[in-house]
Design a protein around this ligand. Structure first.
Ligand code: AMP
Length: 171
């Protein structure tokens, strides 16, 4: 864990003043670091029974794609508005910095399908909660919510009460 922490770069005042941005580009450019991160993420949820990962734009895709391949799962992408080409459903949510809307294809998840949400970082939990709502509106079931990094002091898990949260690195 400590070796992974060393590979994550703190960028102060990005994207706005007062935010310390946890930059994972320094981790994923390191082949051992990236591999270790994927292996640890897999370990955390290996016991879960599910069909698909639901990855959150955009850094969630990096980890979601590698895990889906490694674990033989499907991959659904949650995107910012206007990016997905077919029919979508939307949810509005609030971020650590500002508000946003996310979209998912209407046919991305089948009724009763079990999924795991994946993103790089849990901050306030707004994005992951909105993603869970999209999944549930389509009749899917959230078996777990997986993060590489959790900012404990923002208490994102409180917004995700009732869900199984898994994270590797805590600040
Ligand atoms: P939240 O909805 O507040 O949990 O925010 C989570 C989303 O915002 C994730 O997709 C993160 O990548 C991004 N994010 C929020 N805060 C930070 C931060 N301090 N460093 C890096 N990414 C962040």
């Amino acid at each position: 864990m400590e070796e992974l922490k060393k590979l994550i770069r703190d960028v102060p005042d990005f994207p706005q003043k007062g935010i310390i941005f946890k930059d994972i580009t320094t981790l994923i450019k390191d082949k051992n670091g990236f591999k270790r991160a994927i292996d640890l993420l897999k370990e955390k949820i290996n016991h879960l029974n599910f069909e698909k990962f639901v990855a959150i734009e955009s850094r969630g895709y990096i980890f979601g794609a590698a895990l889906a391949y490694l674990m033989d799962k499907g991959l659904v992408i949650v995107r910012k508005p206007g990016k997905l080409p077919a029919e979508t459903i939307q949810e509005e949510y609030s971020l650590e910095y500002g508000t946003n809307t996310i979209e998912m294809h209407k046919d991305a998840i089948n009724k009763g399908e079990k999924v795991v949400i994946i993103d790089d970082l849990l901050a306030t939990g707004g994005t992951a909660r909105a993603t869970a709502k999209l999944i549930e509106r389509l009749g899917g079931k959230v078996e777990g919510v997986l993060f590489l990094i959790e900012l404990d002091f923002l208490k994102g898990i409180e917004k995700l009460k009732g869900y199984n949260i898994y994270s590797i690195i805590h600040y």
